[in-house]
Design a protein around this ligand. Structure first.
Ligand code: E4P
Length: 223
């Protein structure tokens, strides 16, 4: 599974780039707005941290297909290769996705809260489809199953779209999503940190330390 970081915060991106096996960054208008800085300035800073080998996903704000296409063109010009424009899986969004794919844009269909939306977006040519796992769960659905159903239907119907599962609020959702076969997930830094934390690991390390010190004192392996 591929792991992306769901933030526009440059401090978090630098931290994650140094410590975690991420292969890209995703943002949306809410995430960008938290940074209280210029849209393109923020995205260019992110690009300079992650480089062009990593994916950068950023979302349009227009509601009509024509506006989405204009915004996508500007973002593609400014943000280099490995850029994916996030287009909501609405009726206008599907129109925009088809047009953008005919112009060789890389597209992520976003705000997907049902498998049916995801299927239409994949048939329209989206490269990634982003089911919002926690938002689906929160409204009484099953986010993991939605992502798993989409993975299955893409495979059975030879659709090239891949899952980029999003909207995670806990570590179990992230692991269950991986277990259910999703191609990728975008996760906030805090959840990545929480996936590693375990008190039993901490106590194991404390024991290793005290046993080592009892035998070798302050000597290190490299001394
Ligand atoms: C991806 O960038 C999605 O927009 C994001 O994961 C949504 O997350 P939220 O449901 O926590 O706002």
């Amino acid at each position: 599974m591929k792991l992306l970081l769901d933030t526009a915060n440059v401090t978090e991106i630098k931290e994650a780039a140094g410590y975690y096996p991420i292969c890209g960054v995703t943002t949306n208008p809410s995430i960008i707005s938290r940074e209280e800085s210029d849209f393109f300035e923020t995205l260019k800073k992110i690009r300079s941290i992650i480089g062009e080998d990593q994916m950068l996903h950023a979302q349009v704000t227009a509601h009509k297909a024509e506006g989405m296409i204009e915004e996508a063109k500007r973002m593609k010009d400014e943000l280099g290769k490995n850029f994916y424009v996030k287009i909501p899986a609405t009726k206008e969004g599907i129109k925009a996705i088809m047009e953008l794919k005919s112009r060789e844009f890389q597209v992520t269909a976003t705000a997907v809260v049902s498998a049916k939306q995801g299927l239409i977006a994949a048939m329209a040519g989206a490269d990634f489809v982003a089911p919002y796992v926690n938002r689906i769960d929160h409204h009484g659905g099953d986010g993991i199953k939605t992502a798993a159903d989409l993975t299955k239907v893409f495979r059975e119907h030879h659709l090239s779209a891949k899952i980029l599962a999003a909207s995670f609020k806990n570590t179990k959702q992230v692991f269950d999503n991986a277990l259910s076969g999703s191609y990728s997930a975008t996760v906030p830094l805090q959840i990545m940190e929480d996936m590693l934390k375990h008190p039993l690991t901490d106590t194991s390390l404390e024991t290793f330390d005290s046993d080592w010190k009892a035998a070798y004192g302050e000597k290190h392996i490299t001394d």
